[in-house]
Write a new protein. Structure first.
Lengths: 318, 235
């Protein structure tokens, strides 16, 4: 539904987006992940047709954004980073305007308004003026206008920014249910969001695409040194040397658990992918008391930071 | 056409939900009322001619206040992103906004009709001259709004938009005066042709000349086309 082919965007001599290529299929939610200033918003704006690409090709629902952006616009629901609301209008007036501009037939406008108002939990504020709305409602109204007209493609630029935890949950639910039948591109810098609702993730930094994969695929692909943590009752030095003597354990950081000098909290770095836990368990449980042992999953946070810092290092080396 | 209508309705709502429309209407009508009364007692004749002249000048000062928000407010309110990504063609946006502002102009004009009541009660005015004057006033207003709307698209600051529009309109008004300093016929003709004041003067005298009608329509069309072209180029 969305396809980018070597898309670049330059402002003057400055290149904001370099050679992006990725696709979003129907029935798929793709997370667009990157630090602030990475070029996420610029890319979203190009896909939405607010700005044009300097080079490369963007197609949405089969329409070329450079030449057929108007036909494409009928297929796109776009929620910009700042909800584009008219403070002078009332909530219903605003939604009516957007519905009309999207060409929603007069006979369907009412049911369409009800549908998005229910989906975004706006029923309570339909009669209010927009300038009186709280941040959470403004955000949801921004999402509601994007949903109007049942677009095939949904572009959401940080849709949960500024919401409280309950609202974030609800908004994710809305997006998830929408993603079942549509193509959704969701930009965010909140990592758990991506793992929770996205089937695939595109990581971008300094305008370059670093990786496109599923959240779990990214984790597998990362060569992060794995961490195993354990809690045990044992003498510190003896435990350390015991752990370090095991194959696969590179380092062991030992901290005393506050209040009980004999209970130790240990963080082992290991370069072995599997089997280390079992070895540690045997070595420790045989001599001392082992309370807990667990392998730390590499978090997306770490993966992300690794990609970003690697990209920065490569850029520095050039 | 649906797009034009959507934008038009939104503009009208916005005008009347902010104090600008009321303020402009009030200032204009109070001003016109004053000039009308003053001219009536000064000349003692049942005619709108002097009042129309004053209305023309007054319009130059208030029309930037009508047009300044048309695009500037979209930029500063960050709603331009919505407007440009909705399935609307640039000309639909431009035309919808223009018609919204022209509706305010029509209301301003309608408000002055009350001046005609004493005119017809106590005198015997020339109806055709008055109609010609109103047509000229509306054409002048449309051209002024179109120019102001274009400048509004160039800045996110409404005050700046008004501050640019005002001297530009003023130049169009007074450019006819430069005629006296020109020896070349072509230059004299050009300055004469560009003058809002000279074309408007014909209407006020009761002359509806196709040249004047076409002139104001051309100015409006050029300004609106530049406006739509600018939006397209800005993408």
């Amino acid at each position: 539904m969305i396809a980018l082919e070597s898309v670049s965007k330059r402002f003057g001599s400055k290149t904001i987006v370099h050679d992006l290529t990725f696709t979003v299929e129907k029935g798929e939610i793709v997370g667009f992940l990157g630090p602030n200033g990475a070029g996420k918003t610029t890319t979203m704006r190009m896909i939405a047709g607010f700005t044009t690409a300097s080079s490369g090709r963007i197609t949405v629902a089969g329409y070329d954004m450079a030449t057929q952006n108007e036909q494409a616009a009928r297929k796109i629901g776009y929620m910009p980073e700042h909800p584009p609301l008219y403070d002078t209008l009332g909530v219903t007036q605003y939604l009516r305007f957007v519905a009309k501009a999207k060409g929603v037939a007069r006979s369907q406008a009412k049911s369409e308004l009800d549908r998005v108002a229910t989906a975004c939990r706006l029923e309570a504020v339909l009669d209010k003026e927009i300038y009186k709305l709280s941040k959470g409602y403004r955000q949801r109204l921004g999402l509601a206008q994007a949903l109007l007209g049942k677009p095939d493609v949904l572009l959401l630029d940080e849709p949960t920014a500024g919401l409280d935890p309950g609202q974030i949950q609800e908004t994710r639910e809305v997006i998830r249910s929408f993603g079942e039948h549509h193509a959704v591109l969701l930009s965010t810098h909140i990592l758990p969001e991506v793992t929770l609702i996205c089937q695939r993730v595109a990581i971008i930094s300094q305008g370059r695409l670093l990786a496109v994969d599923s959240p779990s695929g990214l984790q597998r692909a990362s060569e992060q040194t794995n961490r195993v943590t354990l809690i045990a009752t044992a003498p510190a030095e003896a435990l350390r040397s015991e752990l370090l003597s095991l194959a696969g354990v590179i380092a062991a950081a030992i901290h005393e658990v506050p209040g009980n000098a004999r209970v130790l909290n240990v963080e082992c770095q290991t370069d072995a992918r599997e089997g280390v836990e079992a070895a540690i368990a045997r070595a420790v449980a045989g001599r001392w008391e082992l309370h807990r042992l667990e392998r730390q999953q590499p978090t997306l946070e770490n993966i992300f930071l690794r990609y970003v810092s690697r990209a920065a290092a490569e850029a520095g080396a050039q | 056409m649906n797009g034009v209508l959507a934008v038009y309705q939104k503009e009208l709502l916005s005008y009347f939900k902010s104090p600008i429309a009321y303020f402009v209407l009030a200032v204009f009508l109070v001003g016109t009322g004053y000039f009308f009364t003053y001219n009536m007692f000064l000349t003692g004749s049942a005619s709108m001619t002097e009042t129309f002249r004053n209305m023309g000048i007054l319009l130059l000062t208030v029309s930037p206040l009508v047009s300044m928000r048309l695009f500037s407010a979209e930029y500063s309110g960050r709603t331009m992103e919505l407007l440009m990504t909705l399935p609307l063609k640039p000309w639909e946006i431009v035309l919808g906004k223009f018609l919204g502002a022209v509706t305010i102009l029509l209301l301003m004009t309608a408000g002055t009709l009350i001046d005609l009541v004493p005119l017809y009660l106590f005198g015997n005015p020339q109806t055709t001259t008055i109609i010609a004057g109103y047509i000229g006033f509306l054409l002048l207003g449309m051209a002024s709004i179109a120019v102001g709307q274009f400048f509004s698209a160039l800045t996110r600051n409404q005050i700046v938009a008004a501050l640019i529009t005002f001297p530009v309109l003023l130049s169009f008004w007074f450019v006819g005066h430069l005629q006296s300093f020109q020896t070349s016929y072509a230059m004299r003709a050009l300055f004469g042709y560009l003058s809002f004041a000279l074309h408007f003067a014909d209407f006020v005298q009761g002359l509806i000349r196709s040249e004047g009608v076409i002139f104001f329509l051309i100015v409006s069309t050029i300004a609106l086309t530049m406006n739509a072209g600018y939006l397209q180029w800005r993408r």
